[in-house]
Write a protein of this length. Sequence first.
Length: 581
Amino acid sequence: MNFFLLTLSLFLSLSAAAPPAFAPKNHTFQVKESIPSPHGFSQLGRAPPESTIRLRIALFQQDFAGLESALYEISDPDHPRYGAHLSKTQVEQYVAPHPETLSMVDEWLASHGIHESDLARSPAKDWVSVTLPIHRAEELLGTEYYVWQHTDGDTLVRTTRYSLPQYLHSHIELIQPTTMFTRGNAMSSPSIVSPDGPVSESHAVDDFDCNTRVTLACLMRLYNAAGYKPRATKKNAIGITSFLGQYANVQNLQTFYRQELPAAVNSSFKFVSVYGGLNNQSLSAAGQEANLDVQFGLGISYPTPGTFWSTPGSPPFFPDGTTVINTNEPYLDWLDYILNSEHIPATISTSYGDDEQTVPFTYASRVCKRFAELGSRGVTLLMASGDGGVGPGACLTNDGSNQTRFIAQFPSTCPYVTSVGGTTSIPEVSAGFSGGGFSDYFSRPEYQDKKVGHFLEGLGHKTYDGLYNRQGRGIPDVSAQSDRFTVYWRDYMILMGGTSAATPTFAGILALLNDARLAAHRPALGFLNPLLYKHGEGALNDITVGNNPGCGTPGFNATHGWDPVTGLGTPDFRALLKVCV
């Protein structure tokens, strides 16, 4: 038997006799959150009681509505406050909890023997973290933790319900890890290893037209950015996020530059470890996703400085008696880190996500609010829309009803980020895998009303009735090439695709737009969507051919104007310059 599975079995048998969780005296417990048994997971047994778990407690923010109002004002190109981004301190003043909330939560924790020295707090004090043995977490939350195993072998330590004293429900928004069973996905399709073998110095890539394979040169020409020379490299920066053990290899980046951008040879990126994240530089550890993101995001925006964040945390995980239970929430770790930073790159590309329905609504909503915090500080967040069309597989809901429904990807569905779909070929058509549709969690933001409303009018009420939320936030917002990208990985040239290719591509173009703004002594673009939906028509290439099948349907069609396949379209850099600068 596998050593880890043997260890797991031993601890499960030992924990079977663990005493049930109980509610402390004088506290009336009330269920805070409850979910059905998650799809694809089976419950193996009680979690080892002495293993430790890091709980994150989200306190209700005092004035998020005020922050959201400020975000929309400073992101509206026709508003007097446009571009007047908030400082870190100003944002924290909006999202800080009420003093009474802090006092009551602190008293509750102290009643369980948890004191200030045991806690870690966010700068605004709206998040509190504490590491506890499982049996104490169970007592605190009136619950029982179990080990769950996915059909592919991954294991998580979770519960399907937890409770809090009734008087705390209006002060605590959520606690995780509890009911969150997401595992994280990189939005990339399988790669094709070049049959030519390892790359040699003479193995240069010709300037193809993007139909055979996608290179930097063809993208710069296609999106009308060829010849632009960045001038604000001391002010501007682009960031690439990395999760799930994806490492960006510098040697591979140099090979990419030698083949496609000789002027960039010997330049690299700033590596930042988030809470112990690594960037192993052995060729065998190089990540396809990380190499794709860095090579194209930094290649398009060169010589704009680039930052690569590596955040640890990925399944599978086998708990033992001494190891902290893996929270498997690296996205929140990254947000903790980045929001505590004074200086943040103006453009950030993320190519990871989850089926929206697998993310508890409370968690998705709170993480989305953190994206709004970043947007209000002048950061543009680009997120891959997903590679499953309107939904992967059978598209069954996980609310216990097992109904068929289109499934959009989070965090792409958050209304405060820019969702990026995929195109292919020249002339451009939608990529069949391009994730698109409508959120079941977030309502359609006002900036989408006109464009998305027009699409829905053309679609009619009968098409796909009941399969999607007509009032939901629509994705994607924009799109870019997403297939047959020439990526250098482990000394091979491989071809990759997915909206994880489109996202760093659009981010690279956006970094050039930010360069132009900063060079003109104007602020960075920040939250981009209100500008694009208001004035982007004519500055984006409207994609009108293709569809995104899924869930046993043909999916939606690309059409004139916005559509839930390619959004508003692909970038025309020179036209966007006129709109943005």
